[in-house]
Design a protein around this ligand. Structure first.
Ligand SMILES: [Zn+2]
Length: 292
């Protein structure tokens, strides 16, 4: 599978070679040691992978081994203990069940039109203006914007999931079979750990807006994540990355209570405020610079 955001062996090798011209990519443990002591040189960086995707294990691990590197892998534990997560299922559905994204949109809008949400959506579309909505993303087509508007502004998470589940049913997809190659299994995570990679927290179920959860719900997300990984690896995690970059003061307090020493944001926008907010560059941005 080659989903949106997935990269090939060669692309990752290219990123590493490109980065190594001006940076020193350190193995995860070495980077961790230096970062904890505050002794990182400006050009010393590390590699991180979020979400425990099987394609990362299959594609990225061989590249890392060819370069003699190890990385951080941030694992949301629901999926390695037999659970599933809708975002990734929908991503795969969009990618493998339709020839192109516009065919997906057509099918999506047909399903909306035949659903109980048709009137609500029609009404909200009256205030949709493609040239104004998401204008900060110039690469979105009008259809991209219409889809996002309906998904986020007219339907909301619950109704959107309902529509997507109906589409998946229509395609007579066996979910168990369909999700079997999406995420790593626990033995993959154990293997990475035994090969000196660092396994860190990424919440249990990967809420897209963790910061909007009550403190006790956030705590349960990270505590379950922490307990699951500790039991699996017989070692307590000491690093983490924030799912969808969503966190607040409660999150930081919870991570401190769990004695997590290093955390990563998902962008370069702000300077690290604390050791739980290291910036990261997305591979898509690096690819763009290589292509430029
Ligand atoms: Zn994530």
């Amino acid at each position: 599978m080659k989903g949106q955001g997935a990269i090939s062996y060669n692309e990752l090798a290219q990123i590493i070679e490109h980065y190594q011209r001006e940076h020193h990519i350190l193995p995860a443990k070495e980077w961790f040691e230096k970062a904890s002591k505050g002794s990182l040189a400006k050009n010393e960086v590390c590699l991180t992978f979020d979400d425990a995707l099987l394609c990362q294990y299959e594609v990225a691990l061989p590249v890392l081994e060819a370069f003699d590197l190890t990385a951080f892998w941030f694992v949301y534990s629901s999926v390695i203990t037999g659970g599933t997560e809708n975002l990734e299922i929908y991503r795969k559905f969009r990618t493998v069940c339709f020839d192109n994204i516009d065919h997906f949109y057509q099918s999506f809008f047909r399903m909306v039109a035949s659903s109980q949400y048709n009137e609500t959506v029609e009404r909200s579309l009256k205030i949709f203006f493609a040239d104004q909505y998401l204008s900060q993303f110039p690469f979105y087509t009008e259809e991209d914007k219409r889809f996002r508007f309906v998904r986020d502004m007219a339907l909301g998470v619950k109704a959107y999931n309902e529509i997507l589940d109906l589409m998946i049913q229509d395609h007579k997809i066996d979910l168990q079979d369909f999700t079997n190659d999406l995420w790593m299994k626990d033995q993959h995570v154990v293997e990475l750990h035994s090969k000196d990679h660092l396994i860190g927290l990424h919440s249990h179920t990967h809420p897209t807006a963790l910061a909007s959860l009550a403190a006790e719900d956030q705590r349960s997300e990270y505590q379950t994540n922490y307990d699951t990984l500790t039991k699996l690896l017989c070692a307590a995690p000491v690093s983490m990355s924030h799912p969808c970059n969503s966190y607040n003061d409660d999150t930081i307090q919870i991570l401190n209570d769990l004695e997590i020493q290093l955390g990563f944001r998902s962008n370069m926008k702000e300077h690290p405020l604390t050791s739980l907010e290291f910036p990261r560059e997305d591979h898509a941005n690096i690819m763009e610079r290589i292509a430029a």
